[in-house]
Write a new protein. Structure first.
Length: 469
């Protein structure tokens, strides 16, 4: 018997029921004509969402990116391609329960290989039956793979209903790919939506600090009273900073955008590096990009601190890419520095580096991967929190089917230019009612980052896609 029992997602299911009702009223068969490719982390809530999509759409195919070694149950109702990442960058990729690839490689390459398998083996038969494809994604990985797929099967170009992405870094990845080869179907990002910026961000910040504290315990360390350097002061970086402030940490913020650093100063945080490397330091990457360059490593090696802890709060795996190249021998360490010891533990890798007869220790937490996704069986966000984001994603995705005249470009939910199936205010209201919650000061959408409008405008104005607005 196929598995079907999960923690409920009442907000998302209510949205799907509303879509069914809309189908009846308009005498169309939108849901039954769509296959959903759901690309996300291998976690219980991702499986629950996929199971719900399987019930309401023609089929759901889940592609689980290889952040950890969590796998779906054998009796899942939905089709799935998933990956396991093991120590030493060793990957096992599965179609259902069958391993179709085993080997070493990089995370992005393995993720694209996984998505290609899902498209070419699991989705293709449904396209041949005349079904259309809707992509719901966390990470922005699909675009170059689907472009290659459509190059091999150009007859299905018109069968792509659209794609919805939820993260800022994934949006930038998808945008770059679209600008390179053109947008062949409508895409939407919810990364600047009100629900993402005003509600979800606070819960992500909480989970990052909770998981990081747990991982540090295993290294005989803790968060409280530490010197902390935050790399990136976007919606997650700000929330992590606020959480750490309550733990009596001394926080310094570094952001490549002067306006973001100004916002950090108004919130009471320092923004110059000054003496941060005079004490043992925790560095938390919140930018979604390679954020710890050689100059910062040199500053640590030359400073008074003996220990450095590196952790990522981003949904990507790039925060400490340059350091990993140096630690792996692919790039030179700062002059005079020699890596003498590398010790792997369950939640961190300790690198011992000698420089001018001094020994320094660098603890890379969770292999540089996002700490809130890393632990097998761990919870990044509870079902009750992710429910509102799944509904936001689905509302944007349903718009591609219910309003089929949308242009082939990258749209941004939260700008007024994109009309979702259900408004974010309505989703928020349903969320509060479903979980017995109290709106902040009776406001459905609480206050968020003080530079929310600027962050949205920045994403709109960067790059040539501005012409679409």
């Amino acid at each position: 018997m196929k598995r079907s029992v999960y923690e409920p997602l009442p907000v998302t299911e209510a949205l799907l029921q509303k879509a069914e009702q809309y189908e009846k009223e308009t005498e169309n068969r939108f849901l039954s004509g769509l296959v959903v490719l759901h690309i996300n982390h291998c976690m219980e809530n991702s499986f629950a969402f996929s199971a719900l999509l399987e019930r309401y759409f023609y089929h759901c195919v889940f592609a689980g990116v290889p952040y950890n070694d969590t796998m779906p149950e054998e009796d899942e109702a939905f089709l799935h391609c998933t990956g396991q990442r093991l120590p030493g960058d060793r990957y096992f990729l599965y179609e259902g329960e069958t391993c179709f690839y085993e080997g070493s490689g990089d995370f992005l390459g393995m993720t694209e290989r996984l998505i290609w398998r899902a498209l070419s083996v699991q989705v293709l038969p449904f396209l041949k039956e005349g079904k259309r494809l809707l992509i719901i994604e966390d990470g922005g990985y699909h675009y170059p793979v689907l472009a290659r797929f459509l190059s091999a099967y150009p007859e299905y170009q018109g069968r792509i209903a659209g794609a919805v992405e939820q993260t800022a870094s994934g949006t930038l990845r998808m945008r770059a790919a679209g600008e390179k080869c053109g947008f062949g179907y409508p895409c939407c990002s919810i990364s600047r939506s009100a629900l993402k910026m005003r509600i979800e961000s606070r819960f992500i910040g909480h989970r990052v600090t909770e998981e990081l504290a747990s991982f540090l315990y295993s290294a005989n360390a803790f968060l409280d009273f530490h010197e902390v350097l935050i790399l990136g002061y976007g919606i997650v970086g700000r929330q992590v900073s606020m959480d750490l402030k309550s733990r009596s940490c001394r926080i310094t913020v570094r952001d490549t955008d002067a306006r973001m650093e100004a916002a950090a100063r108004r919130d009471g945080f320092a923004t110059g590096l000054y003496q941060v490397f005079d004490r043992d330091l925790i560095v938390i990457g919140c930018s979604g990009a390679d954020s710890f360059p050689k100059e910062l490593l040199s500053a640590f090696l030359q400073g008074k601190a003996n220990r450095l802890y590196l952790a990522s709060a981003s949904s990507q795996d790039r925060e400490f890419a340059e350091f990993l190249r140096m630690a792996g021998g692919g790039e030179a360490l700062p002059e005079g520095a020699v890596l003498t010891v590398r010790e792997k533990s369950e939640f961190y890798t300790c690198y011992e580096i000698s420089v001018k007869s001094n020994r320094k220790e660098i603890y890379l937490i969770a292999e540089g991967l996002p700490v809130n996704f890393y632990r097998k069986g761990g919870i990044s966000l509870t079902h009750s929190v992710i429910d509102i984001i799944f509904a936001d994603l689905l509302s944007a995705g349903l718009a591609f089917s219910f309003y089929p005249d949308m242009k082939n470009q990258l749209w941004l939910l939260g700008t007024g230019a994109f009309r979702p199936f259900v408004s974010e205010e309505e989703i928020a209201s349903l969320w509060y009612r479903s979980y017995g919650l109290i709106p902040e000061d009776s406001a459905l959408l609480p206050a968020g980052h003080p530079e929310m409008e600027y962050l949205t405008e920045k994403m709109l104005s960067e790059g040539s896609w501005r012409k679409n607005w």
